[in-house]
Design a binder for this molecule. Structure first.
Ligand SMILES: Nc1nc2c(c(=O)[nH]1)N[C@H]1C(S)=C(S)[C@@H](COP(=O)(O)O)O[C@H]1N2
Ligand SMILES: [Mo]
Length: 249
């Protein structure tokens, strides 16, 4: 069940077939990894993590293992050339360009949260460490007029969130998950985690943060997925949007 675009594999007998990644939505490149992916060992539905989930958002279930989901290839990392660009409506009017070493200078923090994919799996109780988005906002302040933040990844993937969701106390730019450095397929070296929103907003391989004074749709938000994406309100698709949820499609 290899998908030509990513080489991703889907186990469990559900055929993704030759559906274009486009049509597959945030399920594109879906791999439910099985044995041979040691970072996922022990994360079973009947295990302790399931109990930590408590209430799940409507329509969600706890899967057997933590799937790997993304559109396109996994980027290579070079600590010498990697950078994080903070641009758009900054308070100072200047862009910032952070090196990998600069990231290590920012205050460290930890967040434990459930991870809700719009394809209906929830992975309970993941422990992310890195830099709180709120601390990044303090270190690199946006202009007072900023309403939304676009997070950009390698190869052009992007996701927009409201400034309030970005600044939320549990939104983190993660370098580690459950005490281990992120694996390449889960977003090494740096990924955004927005626990309050569906996981397509949790951009892997982050390379730029754009402060916006007007909302703009990201990759999946342009392709039929809800602009806001609150799992507790089951905001899955753009046809569910009401006035004020997002810019016109
Ligand atoms: N750069 C990038 N980040 C991404 C995606 C992607 O295609 N590209 N897919 C998103 C989706 S739809 C999900 S469900 C999660 C999956 O994260 P995981 O692979 O670590 O489980 O990553 C999100 N972040
Ligand atoms: Mo997803």
């Amino acid at each position: 069940m290899t998908q030509p675009d990513t080489g991703a594999r889907e186990s469990g007998g559900r055929e993704q077939g030759s559906r274009a990644a486009w049509d597959a939505g945030p399920l594109a490149g879906h791999t439910e990894s099985g044995p041979g992916h040691p970072q996922q060992a022990g994360r079973t539905a009947g295990g302790p993590h399931a109990d930590e989930a408590g209430d799940l958002p409507p329509g969600q279930y706890v899967p057997r293992t933590l799937p790997v989901l993304h559109y396109g290839p996994v980027p290579a990392f070079n600590s010498q050339t990697w950078d994080l660009r903070i641009f758009g409506a900054t308070e100072s009017g200047e862009e910032a360009l952070l090196s990998w070493d600069d990231i290590g200078e920012l205050p460290a923090a930890e967040v434990t949260a459930d991870f809700h994919c719009v394809t209906k799996f929830t992975v309970p109780g993941l422990r992310w460490s890195g830099v709180l988005a709120a601390d990044l906002l303090c270190a690199f302040p946006p202009a007072a007029t900023v309403t939304h933040v676009m997070t950009w990844a390698d190869f052009g993937y992007s996701a927009n969130v409201r400034i309030g969701d970005f600044a939320a106390e549990d939104t983190i730019l993660a370098t580690h998950c459950d005490g281990e450095p992120l694996t390449p397929e889960h977003g090494f070296p740096l990924r955004l985690i927005v626990p309050s929103l569906y996981a397509w907003k949790s951009v892997k391989w982050v390379r730029a943060i754009e402060y916006m004074t007007v909302d703009r749709r990201g990759f999946w938000e342009e392709r039929g997925y809800h602009n806001v994406a609150d799992p507790w309100r089951e905001q899955r698709y753009s046809y569910q949007e009401v006035d004020g949820d997002g810019p016109p499609l």
